[in-house]
Design a protein around this ligand. Structure first.
Ligand code: URA
Length: 285
């Protein structure tokens, strides 16, 4: 069994270490890349056989983000150590790059059971950002957030706030569905959080509404939605309002009044008059 010379290894190992630190658990190398590495004239004997590339459910015609390698001809035409580009940086990614990174993400086991990642939508210049827990069954099926029963309840909340779904942005703590609609666990939330943080950086909303205990815990590091709902928090200078999750409100309609009070605080912060909602309701608008 042959492996590339140690100087090639240095480059690759450095890159893999950086990517592991960034939370990646698996790297897929293209067959051409593997051939180029093992065709190197400086290849040496190794006592450790290389591990086969892990299998992932994604399309095989797409390289994993960050696994860019030189074409095989570079190595074949004389020794040119393949350089591994650093993984694209989530913190500086633009929208297109971020979407692709979420599409290609294998940072946690949720990618194995998802049907579609759910990135978020709609208005990337929204004043108002809603953050939920993670995609459920319906969201996983079509790749859009809050489209099931909880989504219908959220739509009513958005409308009552005199916004439309098209005018706000909606996303979740984790972008892939936790099996059985369980809450995301600590490590799933931790490796997914950089995507959400970059979305917030890019949107720069004027206010954020946290839907339930999960975003309160993982974005703000706080527990106790029952005591913290209706109280302003701060995320990097952006006012944050925790309130109840729409699914909880469907199960406990008596708590809708409290949620409406929370949302009115957000409306006032954004210069909207909650009285106008009542006038519209009375007028059937
Ligand atoms: N519940 C959530 O928290 N997010 C969704 O996208 C759907 C349901």
């Amino acid at each position: 069994m042959t492996t590339p010379a140690p100087d090639i290894f240095d480059d690759i190992i450095d890159s893999l270490k950086r990517r592991k630190l960034a939370g990646e658990e698996a790297v897929v190398l293209a067959p051409d890349t593997l051939r180029a590495l093992f065709a190197s004239p400086k290849a040496v004997r190794s006592p450790i056989p290389p591990r086969p590339a892990p299998r992932t459910p994604r399309r095989t015609d797409q390289p994993v983000a960050g696994s860019h390698m030189p074409p095989p001809s570079a190595a074949a035409a004389g020794f040119a150590p393949p350089r591994v580009s650093p993984a694209p940086d989530v913190e500086t990614a633009d929208w297109d790059t971020l979407v692709k990174m979420v599409d290609d993400c294998v940072r946690c086991p949720l990618h194995k059971t998802r049907t579609n990642p759910v990135f978020g939508e709609v208005n990337r210049e929204a004043d108002l950002l809603f953050i939920g827990e993670g995609p459920g069954f319906h969201e996983d099926q079509i790749g859009r957030p809050f489209v099931g029963p909880a989504g219908q309840q959220l739509d009513k909340m958005i409308q009552a706030m005199q916004f439309t779904r098209e005018s706000v942005y909606i996303t979740n703590i984790v972008k892939c569905r936790p099996p059985g609609n369980r809450n995301p666990n600590d490590s799933e939330a931790r490796v997914c959080l950089p995507f959400l943080k970059r979305q917030i950086d890019l949107i720069q909303p004027k206010a954020i509404v946290l839907l339930g205990a999960v975003p309160l815990q993982f974005l703000m590091g706080k527990t106790g939605i029952t005591s913290l709902h209706g109280k302003w928090l701060d995320y990097q200078g952006i006012p944050v309002m925790p309130t109840f999750h729409p699914s909880f409100l469907l199960r406990s309609p008596a708590r809708k009044k409290e949620a409406w009070e929370d949302l009115q605080l957000v409306m006032k912060k954004l210069g909207k008059d909650p009285g106008e909602t009542l006038r519209r309701m009375r007028a059937g608008r």
